[in-house]
Design a protein around this ligand. Structure first.
Ligand SMILES: NC(=O)c1ccc[n+]([C@@H]2O[C@H](COP(=O)([O-])OP(=O)(O)OC[C@H]3O[C@@H](n4cnc5c(N)ncnc54)[C@H](OP(=O)(O)O)[C@@H]3O)[C@@H](O)[C@H]2O)c1
Length: 431
């Protein structure tokens, strides 16, 4: 349940009918969130029949498509004008992408937006990078209008199971690496899909906003979370073992590509991975997230991934005023009073609403006013948990938004009795 105030005017092609692949994964989900917020005409594709209904509730429409079975493609592509082409962390991406491009051509799809890698230097020989380049070459040759996105290392990688264990950042090269926030890549992808091939055919866009050495990463995470992080530079070979741990999405051939990448960054052949080149501002009219800002928004997830969850509330005195600020926030929402909602925040606040970021009081006021304009809803608190530097409010929201009912966590960092950072995410389902 969310809405947006854009810094950039999007010229939506209203006749477009988009298909977003990978909506159960990290990038595709955020792309679909952005499209839904912009009320674009789109479906999400999934190979999981059991998930079709839930995805329809969430995004408005879903279609069955299994990238490993081209027989499912023609039905899934009926009436589709634009595709967000994303594949998982497997070598199958080659045949999956090729057969989908063939089917797109057959079915008259106008535009494919492909999520590739940061192949800034054409001479890239790490396997995953070469695979993406080969898909892009095939796409360019297909005659379908194309746009290639080239993200560098996702900041979200810090949340993977092995990356920050015990507060130690495992780096596989001593050299700098460029990072991008998925929030930027996904919002840009949604805008490109909506604006269509008239504006974006034949374009390559780059996403590498912040280049940092391992020690700079550790310092940045320490500053953003208030807990001490250290960096440990391991041998590039170590990536293959670490990436093969249970819960990893990487298959062995992909993990080998990671090893090659880090080795070539270390010896200088892929030094460009440590460079900044970013088209977020060109596409979205705003600066990209740097690691410091991204880590502040994801501080609790980072601490959880590191096994350094915030200390229990009893370690510190509860902050006066937090529950009452949250109570005011709830009341102002239920009163549909955008000014009173805004007054709950500090002078320089940030709100992160499941992939959408509002900075400053004015953007927050516009965001909430637009929510009020689009939806009737009621916020009913079910729990408040006080933390060292804030609180988590859990509430059930009911209203006339897709799904009609959702439980959300409002994870707030506070400054005095005002909210400085609010991260809104679906309440995790108890395991
Ligand atoms: N990690 C990085 O730093 C980085 C940087 C640059 C580029 N990339 C690229 O990002 C891509 C991965 O994105 P991600 O992180 O969003 O991946 P992800 O979270 O693993 O999601 C992959 C998605 O693809 C879907 N999928 C896999 N096989 C499928 C099939 N046979 N049919 C239909 N759907 C299928 C998955 O659906 P299910 O739920 O059904 O499995 C899932 O929704 C890769 O191409 C990678 O090279 C990653």
């Amino acid at each position: 349940m969310k809405s947006t105030s854009k810094t950039k005017e999007i010229q939506t092609n209203s006749s477009s009918n988009l298909l977003v692949l990978g909506a159960t994964g990290q990038v595709g989900k955020l792309v679909a969130n952005n499209l839904r917020r912009s009320e674009a005409n789109f479906s999400v594709g999934t190979r999981r029949k059991a998930n079709l209904e839930e995805l329809t509730d969430r995004f408005g429409a879903s279609r069955f498509i299994d990238l490993d079975d081209p027989r499912t493609f023609d039905h899934a592509l009926k009436g589709i004008t634009g595709i967000f082409l994303i594949t998982g962390y497997t070598v199958d991406m080659l045949v999956q992408s090729k057969s989908l491009i063939d089917a797109a051509k057959r079915n008259g799809v106008d535009h494919i937006v492909h999520l590739g890698a940061f192949t800034r230097d054409h001479d890239a020989y790490a396997t995953v990078f070469a695979w993406h380049q080969m898909i892009e070459t095939y796409l360019r040759d297909s005659g379908i209008a194309w746009t290639n996105l080239h993200p560098n290392m996702f900041m979200q990688s810090f949340l993977s199971v092995w990356s920050l264990k015990g507060g130690e950042y495992s780096a596989y090269t001593s050299k700098a690496i460029g990072f991008t926030a998925l929030e930027d890549v996904a919002e840009a992808a949604a805008v490109i899909l909506m604006e269509g091939p008239e504006k974006h055919n034949g374009k390559d866009y780059w996403f590498s906003a912040d280049a940092l050495t391992p020690h700079q990463v550790a310092e940045t995470l320490t500053a953003a979370t208030g807990r001490k992080f250290r960096a440990a530079v391991r041998k590039a070979e170590g990536f293959q073992n670490d990436a093969a741990q249970p819960g990893s999405a990487f298959e062995p051939a992909y993990a080998k590509g990671g090893f090659e990448l880090f080795r070539q960054v270390e010896d200088g052949r892929m030094a460009y991975i440590g460079s900044v080149r970013d088209d977020t501002k060109k596409l979205l009219g705003r600066e990209p997230l740097l690691l410091n800002g991204w880590a502040k928004l994801h501080a609790n997830e980072l601490l959880e991934a590191a096994g350094m969850a915030a200390p229990p509330a009893t370690e510190v005195a509860p902050k006066d005023g937090i529950p009452s600020t949250l109570a005011s926030f709830v009341k102002a929402n239920n009163d549909r009073d955008a000014d009173s909602v805004t007054a709950c925040f500090s002078k320089d606040p940030v709100v992160y609403d499941d992939g959408q970021i509002m900075r400053g009081a004015e953007e927050i006021r516009q965001w909430i006013a637009e929510l009020f304009r689009k939806f009737q809803y009621v916020v009913a608190p079910t729990n408040v948990r006080e933390l060292t530097n804030g609180a988590i409010l859990t509430a059930t929201i009911t209203g006339n938004f897709p799904g009609a009912r959702v439980s959300l966590d409002y994870n707030c960092r506070t400054l005095g009795d005002k909210i400085e950072v609010m991260v809104i995410q679906p309440t995790p389902v108890a395991k």
